[in-house]
Design a protein. Structure first.
Length: 309
């Protein structure tokens, strides 16, 4: 199943609308804090497992403010980033001129063939309304044979599948759906809404990757706190505490987060932080089964680990 989603113009991620994304990244006020915390979020276990050490080279396509480039460069990795928001790149370079990020289009990357050993693309390829073929084609071009693509996309988890299978009329969607030989839900808003993103299950994503020379080796749903269960818990906490939602803060730093153990800073270096925030199944094998279950049910994203063949 593929779900095609829309958002009202000016309210967030709007496909490949550069103005929208510049606004999203511009809302990150404290670049230093973002850089400092980037190596301890839910992606950290994946990066520790799959990022190659030098001389291996890593590219982040659609790096935004470059927080992962900053964090993993600091840890000694040979990593660089590219993003299409010129204003964002300019702002970050003013903050840290040494950061290896540059303006560019992930459908026409400014790098030679076979330049990288690992390519990370987090929440990017789903924002192309014509489908993810362009970004995947370029990712394969710049990756060496045997290189690894780490791509996160919004996940059609069990709760979403149940809702969209019964709550809305399903219908095939043009070229994208003809290519993947599957069904989709077209979540259409009224006039004034813009395409935002596609959500995929693994079966619907696989044909796109295979067509461009990738074999998906692992698929791990992640980030259940941003899925339906997590948002339900935070909403419940808001009712219990009488607190309102602060749109300028992350989920973990909401006033109501204290009901479940405190803010992100307060949880740091605790098992609860490792479970809720980093989902660190690598450091805590006992987390693997409950995290897999929660994320299958309510994971917001899925990490697709694909090998360039």
């Amino acid at each position: 199943m593929i779900i095609k989603g829309y958002k009202r113009k000016g309210t967030g991620f709007a496909g490949q609308d550069q103005e929208s994304w510049t606004g999203v990244w511009g809302s990150v006020q404290d670049l230093k804090k973002s850089f400092d915390n980037a190596d301890s979020d839910y992606l950290a276990p994946f990066f520790r497992k799959f990022f190659p050490r030098p001389p291996g080279k890593i590219l982040e396509g659609g790096c935004g403010i470059g927080k992962y480039v900053a964090a993993y460069k600091r840890l000694g990795y040979d990593i660089r980033g590219v993003d299409f928001s010129a204003d964002t790149i300019r702002r970050v370079k003013d903050f840290d001129p040494s950061l290896p990020i540059e303006e560019g289009n992930i459908e026409a990357l400014p790098y030679d063939d076979n330049s990288f050993d690992c390519y990370y693309s987090g929440g990017v390829i789903e924002h192309f309304e014509e489908g993810p073929d362009g970004p995947l084609r370029e990712a394969r071009r710049v990756l060496r044979n045997g290189g690894v693509l780490l791509a996160t996309v919004p996940y059609v988890n069990l709760l979403r599948r149940m809702y969209f299978s019964t709550g809305l009329k399903r219908r095939d969607k043009n070229l994208l759906l003809q290519r993947c030989d599957t069904c989709a839900v077209d979540v259409v808003g009224p006039e004034g809404f813009l395409f935002s993103e596609y959500s995929f299950d693994v079966a619907s994503a696989q044909p796109f990757f295979e067509r461009h020379g990738f074999a998906i080796e692992e698929s791990i749903p992640t980030d259940f706190l941003w899925g339906e269960l997590g948002l339900f818990l935070v909403s419940t906490a808001r009712l219990l505490t009488g607190q309102t939602w602060d749109r300028k803060k992350s989920l973990y730093d909401q006033p109501s987060a204290g009901v479940f153990g405190g803010t992100q800073a307060g949880l740091r270096r605790s098992w609860l932080y490792d479970f809720l925030v980093t989902e660190d199944w690598a450091a805590h094998p006992e987390f693997r089964l409950p995290l897999r279950t929660l994320n299958y049910l309510s994971g917001h994203m899925v990490m697709l680990v694909a090998r360039a063949v």
